[in-house]
Design a protein around this ligand. Structure first.
Ligand SMILES: Nc1ncnc2c1ncn2[C@@H]1O[C@H](COP(=O)(O)OP(=O)(O)OP(=O)(O)O)[C@@H](O)[C@H]1O
Length: 294
């Protein structure tokens, strides 16, 4: 089913934390909710969860007013909420039962996920004694074990090493294939780019950019020629009268069109020895910095 938020507002005292927010997520779609710290993402998520009441506007699930009791919802919060003195299995069974599962079903599902996420060796350990990454996996299981339809993942990669991050990427891929409705809030733009079809970028409570990532990149109006050379290029690039920046080993030139990029590539290749050269769209990270920055 689809989640639809229509013209929602929320103040904290005089502070307008969420302004006229409209957003939709279709079934089988992953949507990225982005923004700098304090932009209003968590406040939005809390209104969806019913933990905060919006002052105006509506939140609907499948065209009807959203009721927490009627939606199978899985939420991975940014802040951790495990009981440190309880072991992993007991804790997961408890969370499963809170979601209406029988003890037996909760145990079975928890076990499936524990094996999938490769943490069965810690099953009897108190969760407080586990590493940050393994605690994160337990929270993820708690969010998913009851097979929710709407899934909200807030910074799901936090604390995960590259191997565990890859495992989580596979889990998210499979949730999309299972046609879940997914909201993904993260500061890791590469992950957002790889999973999300569309994004909403919030700034000071307002959506300042929204749409499909590929449309956003096309509309951005710039591409980049990235060059790596065996020698400094500043002198040559200044002669080309185009803006450039140096990022690590790479020089990055902003161009408006593909043709302009190709022309510059030919020109640069004829002037200096090149190790690597190519044209790329702006990354979501670059767009984020421009649109969300001050
Ligand atoms: N309960 C509250 N009382 C007062 N102000 C609040 C409350 N909750 C949030 N705010 C304020 O509302 C604004 C939006 O906060 P929110 O937590 O939604 O941001 P965020 O985008 O989730 O940030 P982050 O990326 O840091 O998690 C912030 O200025 C915050 O200080």
């Amino acid at each position: 089913m689809n989640l639809t938020i229509n013209d929602v507002n929320k103040h904290f005292g005089p502070y307008h934390a969420v302004k006229n927010l409209s957003l939709s997520v279709s079934q089988g779609e992953a949507v990225g909710l982005l923004g700098r710290n304090g932009a209003g993402k968590t406040t939005t998520i809390r209104m969806i969860l019913g933990l905060l009441q919006q002052e105006s506007g509506s939140i609907e699930w499948g065209g009807k007013s959203f009721s927490r009791k009627e939606v199978k919802l899985g939420y991975l919060p940014e802040e951790r909420g495990l009981y440190p003195k309880m072991n992993m299995m007991d804790q997961l069974v408890y969370f499963g039962q809170l979601e209406g599962m029988s003890k037996r079903a909760a145990k079975q599902e928890a076990m499936k996920w524990i094996e999938r996420l490769e943490i069965s060796q810690y099953i009897k350990k108190d969760t407080g004694d586990l590493s940050k990454g393994n605690q994160q996996k337990i929270q993820l299981i708690a969010a998913l074990m009851h097979d929710p339809d709407l899934i909200i993942l807030d910074e799901p990669f936090s604390g995960l090493d590259p191997v565990n991050a890859q495992m989580l990427e596979q889990v998210i891929e499979s949730l999309i294939q299972e046609k879940k409705t997914l909201i993904f809030s993260s500061h890791r733009m590469e992950s957002v780019e790889s999973f999300c079809d569309r994004v909403y970028l919030m700034k000071q409570g307002e959506v300042v950019l929204s749409g499909s990532i590929s449309d956003i990149k096309t509309q951005y109006g710039f591409k980049y020629v990235n060059i790596e050379s065996t020698q400094p290029l500043e002198e040559y690039l200044m002669g080309l009268q185009t803006e450039f920046i140096k990022k690590g080993k790479e020089y990055q030139l902003q161009v408006k069109t593909m043709d302009q990029g190709l022309y510059l590539i030919e020109k640069i290749k004829s002037l200096v020895p090149i190790r690597k050269i190519g044209i790329a769209d702006p990354s979501l990270n670059q767009i984020f910095i421009e649109k969300a920055g001050d």
